[in-house]
Design a protein around this ligand. Structure first.
Ligand code: SF4
Length: 65
């Protein structure tokens, strides 16, 4: 599964980092940083799905394999 983030939409809410800390981080301004573009681990996949739902800015998009 590929993960794409739109830093232009990100408002720094931090929900993604809270639920998927292995995949997302935040820079000094609080904007999302993608740690992995390709998520293979099943646990991370579930976390990314939850982050996508929780992100208030709709800045996280999951792609195909
Ligand atoms: S949850 Fe969305 S708005 Fe919040 S830091 Fe992550 S990508 Fe940005």
């Amino acid at each position: 599964m590929r993960v794409v983030v739109d830093r232009g939409k990100c408002i720094g809410a931090g929900q993604c980092v809270y639920v998927a800390p292995d995949v997302f981080d935040q820079d000094d301004d609080g904007l999302v940083i993608l740690l992995k573009e390709d998520v293979i681990d099943d646990g991370d996949t579930a976390d990314v799905q939850q982050a996508e739902v929780l992100c208030p800015a709709r800045a996280i998009v999951r792609g195909g394999k």
